[in-house]
Design a protein around this ligand. Structure first.
Ligand code: UD1
Length: 389
């Protein structure tokens, strides 16, 4: 047996877009507490750059400012992915990391994994194995490829492990650890900003937060819902319908806001109790979600957060890569079907809707489990390397 050697080189942790931040924040904290984990270099690709999509969330989550920002900005998928790869490659040459850690399924996750795999740098993918089985979703392509390349795959639900096994991925590389996004939620929930304050700060009547039937929260940004005028029109019709039953509060993603204007659909929101807000900080979103009577969304993370909070979630998609939120949680898939949406909203107002239960290991300690396992793994890698030399 070889001598124990401490792994050399830092861990390069990659973030690029909003949903990455709440996953990476608990990991960075857990890595700092784990003695056999080397130092961390935090790389931001710059995929998201608006203050409301980016800096504000860093502050809310207690994330340190990135050590390096690749400042790629927005572009087509191919250009954005290529640009991240072009800028990430020399960084890996310089840093010679012991591994890279990527989270989720955004373009930055895929781009950095591709670069690392060609450099033979180990890839750790947190939130591996989720599948919508819908290749029209750009994230599905990112998930499939990243998981094929990853050396260590940490999963949030059992279904993910089954998906990876089906794709021929060695189950020895796969570890069910729970959900780091829920680590963040549990850590910050007590500091959430109240819904009334968020509305008041935006110059909106805060009494909406205490409307007799409660209020709903909306988020919508998937290309499948917002990039086509007909589909966006259908989605807005669903929201208008729901708003005839209870007021809706909608922090609007910049992509969606731009498309509502481009497709001349602003009229559909006129004279409705739908309150449009700028994208909100993490603590504001937690306050809104936790106080909501129901949530209408096409976000992946919000399906999980509502399950963790026990708030009914109507997901405006035909599928989900997070089936545990439907089987165990509070999630219901409604697509853009306004008849179904109307029935679900009425049911929630009448009965309170799906109560659900908390999925296994969504207990606030997923990052700790990952840090512990990764520390042992890196040490074993170093030992193996040393005994070969
Ligand atoms: C990305 C992720 C998606 C994630 C979402 C969360 C991919 C393929 N998609 O989608 O999985 O759920 O982030 O928000 O990685 N824009 C701004 N300011 C910004 C960022 C974007 O105005 O800071 C606008 C730009 O017009 C841009 C558009 O939003 O072209 C799309 O941004 P992009 O990062 O390509 O994808 P998202 O839709 O944000």
């Amino acid at each position: 047996m070889g001598k124990i050697v401490r792994p050399q080189g830092p861990i390069v942790c990659v973030v690029g877009a909003r949903p990455n931040y709440m996953k990476m924040a608990p990991l960075l904290r857990a890595f700092a507490r784990q003695p056999d984990i080397p130092g961390v270099v935090l790389v931001h690709t710059g995929q998201h750059y608006d203050v409301s999509m980016n800096a504000r969330l860093f502050a809310d989550l207690g994330l340190p400012p990135p050590d390096i920002n690749l400042e790629v900005g927005s572009a087509t998928h191919a250009v954005q992915t290529a640009e991240i790869m072009r800028r990430f490659e020399p960084l890996l040459d310089e840093l010679q990391p012991s591994c890279i850690v990527v989270v989720g399924d955004v373009n930055s996750t895929l781009a950095c994994s591709l670069v690392a795999s060609k450099k033979r740098t180990p890839i750790v993918h947190v939130e591996a194995g989720l599948r919508s089985f819908d290749r029209d979703m750009p994230e599905e392509i990112n998930r499939l490829v990243t998981d094929q390349l990853a050396d260590l795959l940490y999963t949030t639900e059992h279904e993910a492990t089954t998906n990876l096994a089906r794709e021929g991925i060695d189950t020895k590389r796969v570890h069910f650890v729970g959900n780091v996004m829920i680590d963040s939620l549990r850590e910050h929930l007590a500091h959430a900003v109240s819904a009334a304050s968020t509305l008041g700060n935006a110059g909106i009547d805060p009494s909406i937060a205490s409307a007799p039937d409660g209020f709903g929260v909306v988020t919508l940004h998937r290309p499948s819902n917002v990039d086509n005028p007909d589909r966006l029109g259908e989605a807005l019709a669903v929201l208008r319908d729901a708003a005839s039953r209870l007021p809706l509060v909608w922090p609007v993603h910049p992509r969606t806001r731009a498309n509502i204007e481009r497709f001349a659909l602003t009229g559909m929101l006129k004279a409705t109790p739908i309150v449009l807000l700028e994208p909100q900080g993490y603590l504001e979103m937690l306050g809104l979600l936790s106080a909501a009577r129901l949530v209408l969304t096409d976000s992946g993370g919000i399906q999980e957060e509502t399950t963790a909070l026990g708030v009914p979630c109507l997901t405006m998609r035909e599928n989900t890569e997070r089936p545990v939120t439907v089987s165990h949680g509070t999630n219901t898939l409604i697509g853009r079907d306004s008849v179904r949406a109307r029935a679900c909203v009425a049911e929630i107002l009448r009965t309170g809707g799906k109560r659900g239960c908390i999925p296994e290991l969504w207990d606030g300690h997923a990052a700790q489990r990952i840090a512990k396992h990764l520390g042992v793994w890196l040490t074993a890698q170093a030992v193996a390397l040393h005994s070969q030399s």
